[in-house]
Ligand binder design. Structure first.
Ligand SMILES: [Zn+2]
Length: 465
């Protein structure tokens, strides 16, 4: 096997015809030395469920607090937000519970704070805190605090009348004084999910196109995750590629508080159209499927390293001019900063981990179907040893420049029955299709979403006419 040649991308020059002649392409990356492109794949499993979104979400306490008040006392005053709210609001429940709200304070946890310290700093009665902490519900949801967390209290003469803490996007811990004791409850703060459709066309980078379309990095990374088995987002994105995405937004009191999952998506890569629809089958399994019910997952991802926003710019000149060396090159090179995590392209067993001549620090994984993948030039390895079983996406090492490499990059090879295949174009084995029992349910759920993608396509076509 020949030693890897760096700065060549493909082991075949098969698609050169699609590109502009290299000598006419500005080689602006040359100043940096290495085209910094990386990739990635995010398993849909990794995307946080909306209700798992922690307090770190930029939720305004004023809003949630008002919601809590409304829920507790008088739903009709929900709009009556702001500091200094007084509980003897017009009407209803508030009158049944005439206790004054006192002064409303938003307490922000600082580094090193305990609740006790927080109370002390604000001159609040610490016996009240001690009493509150005797409540199971309160203890459960106040035990863990971190800097930046906010707690809203209503106080009168340093005594706590009410204490609220948002514990999830849709739940608030609310503690109220009742005479000399406290009672805690969890108040539901309803979220409204709304589907949003956005689309963009790539001129320079996927992230810029997403920003222009008003799509967050999080959504676009999820999109990358959905299509990571079909599209090499590091090397194959081209000017003119386009995406359409339908995803959920969560609204609360007229504010957009969180993004949910992608419901359906389309990516047109070099004229090839890929579509995926999210589906939860009756057994509870959630996955993305093609319109005909095949899983978007495959036994191998296209590009086995992490994708970063900074290095994602589409650059048609990323090939090194010395393409005449291509014949000897047996893999794909992904230039990426030293230390970029390298992930197992598929499930398998590590059969080599160590130096390997010009490859430098190298890992070889044996997969099913007599397939092996090879990852070279690593700066260092992960903990996975020879003989370790690894899953797709497990980190096996980090990008480096060991062996015959002039700059940090991953050299990646894919072999079937010992024969090198082009990892960028080899047909990858499919993962599990949708359970036949669920196909009808899938078609019913997917239909309207696919119609939205169709509709968008019609609009775009009309627009460019
Ligand atoms: Zn190489």
């Amino acid at each position: 096997m020949s030693a890897p040649h760096c700065f060549t991308q493909d082991y075949k020059s098969m698609d050169l015809g699609e590109r502009r002649p290299l000598h006419r392409v500005p080689w602006f990356i040359a100043g940096v030395g290495i085209p910094l492109i990386c990739v990635a794949f995010i398993l849909p499993d990794d995307s946080p469920a909306p209700d798992a979104a922690p307090l770190a979400e930029p939720v305004t306490v004023a809003t949630t607090e008002a919601g809590a008040v409304a829920e507790l006392d008088a739903p009709e005053i929900a709009g009556n937000t702001g500091a200094g709210d007084v509980s003897n609001a017009p009407g209803s429940a508030a009158t049944a519970d005439p206790e004054p709200f006192g002064e409303r304070l938003t307490l922000t946890i600082r580094s090193g704070d305990s609740l006790d310290r927080l109370f002390k700093r604000h001159g609040l009665n610490r016996t009240d805190l001690a009493n509150i902490m005797t409540l199971d519900t309160a203890r459960k949801h106040l035990r863990l605090i971190k800097p930046g967390d906010e707690i809203v209290v209503h106080v009168a003469e340093n005594r706590v009348l009410q204490l609220d803490r948002q514990i999830s996007l849709s739940e608030i811990l609310s503690i109220r004084r009742a005479d000399d004791t406290f009672a805690a409850r969890i108040v539901e703060h309803e979220l409204e999910a709304q589907p949003v459709l956005a689309n963009g066309t790539i001129n320079s980078s996927l992230f810029l196109a997403a920003a222009a379309a008003g799509v967050s990095d999080r959504v676009i990374m999820n999109l990358v995750g959905i299509f990571a088995w079909d599209i090499d987002f590091v090397l194959d994105i081209r000017e003119g590629d386009a995406f359409t995405v339908v995803y959920e937004e969560f609204w609360q009191d007229g504010k957009n508080v969180a993004e949910g999952d992608i419901l359906a998506a389309e990516f047109v890569n070099r004229g090839e159209r890929y579509r995926a629809v999210r589906f939860q089958d009756p057994s509870g399994r959630v996955d993305y499927y093609t319109p005909d019910g095949r899983s978007v997952r495959k036994a191998f991802v296209r590009a086995p390293l992490s994708f970063s926003r900074i290095s994602s710019n589409f650059n048609p000149s990323r090939r090194h001019p010395k393409l005449n060396t291509i014949r000897a090159h047996k893999g794909v090179d992904y230039a990426a900063p030293t230390g970029t995590p390298i992930k197992a392209a598929g499930n398998g067993k590590i059969v080599h981990r160590g130096r390997k001549g010009g490859y430098g620090n190298t890992v070889i994984i044996q997969h099913g179907g007599n397939i092996t993948t090879l990852y070279a030039h690593m700066s260092r390895f992960s903990k996975a040893r020879i003989g370790s079983r690894v899953k797709q996406g497990d980190i096996i090492g980090y990008v480096g420049a060991t062996g015959l490499a002039t700059g940090p990059h991953l050299h990646y090879e894919y072999r079937r029955n010992g024969v090198h295949m082009n990892p960028r174009t080899v047909k990858l084995p499919d993962a599990e299709p949708i359970d036949a029992n669920y196909m009808t349910a899938f078609k019913e759920a997917a239909g309207p979403l696919l119609q939205q993608l169709d509709h968008q396509q019609t609009l775009v076509a009309a627009d460019t006419r």
